[in-house]
Design a protein around this ligand. Sequence first.
Ligand SMILES: [Zn+2]
Length: 284
Amino acid sequence: MVYVNTNDMLIKARKENYVVGAFNIVNQTSMRAVVEAAKQEKSPVIVQTSQKTVIDLGYTVLVDMIKELSRDADVPVAMNLDHGTDMDVIKKCIEYGWSSVMIDGSKLSYEENIKITKEVVDMAHEREISVEGELGHIGGKEEHIETNKDEIMLTEPEKALEFQKKTGVDSLAVAIGTAHGLYTGEPKLDFDRLEEIMKICKFPIVIHGCSGLSRDIIKKIISYRVSKMNISTEIKHRYIDACEAYIKKNPDEYEPLKKFKFVQEDVEKLIKDYIKLFGSQGKA
Ligand SMILES: [Zn+2]
């Protein structure tokens, strides 16, 4: 069983200059695609669950599933709660054995964000579970997280360091202009800001909203030594498109397991592409 602490993974990634992909799953098919892709590419990987997925599938099911799938994997696998905003869900994920949780207090005031993040850190660290916080407002829409254009607030580098010191958070999601969902045009990212953040903050930095960024932009982000990049929307699209493609190709097939397998393998291809792009291939 190589089900591990998320932050050890992220610290190693920064040191060795690659990114660990955090891929959002919605069920066993997509979770299997993520773990299989990591096994094949000999890469560390983070399986990510949104609050909605956790509530839909249940705590025991998700933990049993990840343990079962990673038991024979000779690669490190972690499971992270993405954008935790519900204290009850966060507490239960810590209790049931997620590798890490994210507390998203980015809609709160700076002081309130510190207070709630510290509360989660104290609770999680007692069980050696790591915590991702968020400072600044990442744009776009994903699951229950939605930020209007006028609410987007890029992360102040000095504040990021202060936030980490005051909360003890293990990693931090920062806003540099990426957005959740798919991009309609090329996003304008503030690389000077990212450079400053990386110079000041020596702990793992996380970038959200990486679905649909061009390969060049992703490579540029990686060169600043961020530790974790999140891919969600693109996986959902690939999943649904694969379902549709299978039904079109096999209109008379009524064996669901065959379709699940087809969808898994197709999503797997997408994950493998990202693992290669992130440079985590062979880093298990
Ligand atoms: Zn996000």
